[in-house]
Design a binder for this molecule. Structure first.
Ligand SMILES: NC(=O)c1ccc[n+]([C@@H]2O[C@H](COP(=O)([O-])OP(=O)(O)OC[C@H]3O[C@@H](n4cnc5c(N)ncnc54)[C@H](OP(=O)(O)O)[C@@H]3O)[C@@H](O)[C@H]2O)c1
Length: 255
């Protein structure tokens, strides 16, 4: 399988890094020349990576073609390219829906959309894929795990969920900052909280059959400190703020 990328930016670098170290049967990874520095870095790091002379060469070479340019220039870039009938095309471009992409592509391709996250570089990324496609899902399974969406609504909801990354780090940052304000060394506070959150994330995955509400109770002694923090968070409007923020993102995602 030859894999191509039009748009060699941050997410392409993450995907190529993950693919190159995976067990996937990939004979060649062809990347577009922009961004020049990232393309050069990938070609020097991985033998299987070749820099194409232009975007069309990427399309012509790829059995599976990833479109990974920013939404603002997507139409201009895609309309300029000639695709093959039946070609497997994966768009990772945010906020650009399927009918629009198909119009710009102007050919009867097998189009899939996906939301890879930076962790695909370490093959720890969870990737939403729409519509279901076993071959594309197997690529993302090799980069962590794929979640195949049956409907556009499901896909949009996972796009909303993926917008929680900044809040995760924001929460860690605020809690670390609070400990620092109370006199603790930042490095120690960060090391403690980073590992605490890692343990919690692992528990959520490992105990996937246990309802999260049950886990919350199991990790909170009745009348204890954890219960008190969650009650204060709820009383202070934390849960409502979270729900409102997700609603507002859903509104944007649906356009
Ligand atoms: N980053 C993420 O975590 C993430 C996750 C999921 C989806 N996405 C989506 O993936 C897409 C790319 O995101 P990104 O974060 O990788 O952005 P990015 O780092 O800005 O990468 C986009 C790349 O496209 C290149 N480019 C500009 N004009 C081009 C052209 N005419 N032909 C080919 N390439 C061109 C840019 O090169 P220059 O630097 O030379 O301008 C840039 O390196 C976006 O649609 C984004 O929504 C990103």
């Amino acid at each position: 399988m030859r894999i191509g990328f039009v748009g060699t930016g941050a997410i392409t670098e993450a995907m190529v890094t993950g693919i190159a170290g995976s067990g996937l049967d990939v004979t060649e990874i062809v990347v577009s020349p922009r961004n020049a520095a990232i393309a050069a870095r990938l070609a020097s790091r991985f033998q299987s990576v070749r820099i194409a002379k232009d975007n069309q060469e990427v399309v012509d070479t790829a059995d599976v073609l990833f479109l990974a340019v920013r939404p603002q220039i997507a139409e201009e870039v895609i309309r300029d390219l000639a695709f093959r009938e039946g070609q497997r095309v994966v768009s990772v471009i945010a906020a650009t829906d399927r009918p629009m992409l198909l119009t710009w592509i102007g050919e009867d391709v097998q189009l899939t959309q996906a939301i890879p996250l930076p962790f695909v570089a370490d093959r720890q990324g969870v990737t939403a894929v729409y519509p279901p496609n076993a071959e594309i899902a197997s690529i993302f399974d090799a980069l962590g795990s794929a979640v195949q969406c049956e409907t556009r609504d499901e896909y949009d909801l996972l796009a909303v969920a993926s917008a929680l990354m900044g809040t995760y780090f924001g929460l860690l940052d605020r809690a670390t900052g609070w400990l620092v304000d109370k006199g603790m060394a930042r490095e120690k506070a960060r090391a403690y909280l980073g590992q605490l959150f890692t343990g919690l994330a692992l528990a959520a995955v490992k105990e996937h059959q246990t309802p999260l509400e049950t886990l919350r109770r199991e990790f909170s002694t009745p009348g204890g400190l954890n219960e008190q923090v969650f009650e204060d968070f709820e009383r202070g409007g934390g849960n409502q703020a979270l729900a409102n923020a997700l609603e507002r993102v859903l509104h944007r995602v649906r356009g």
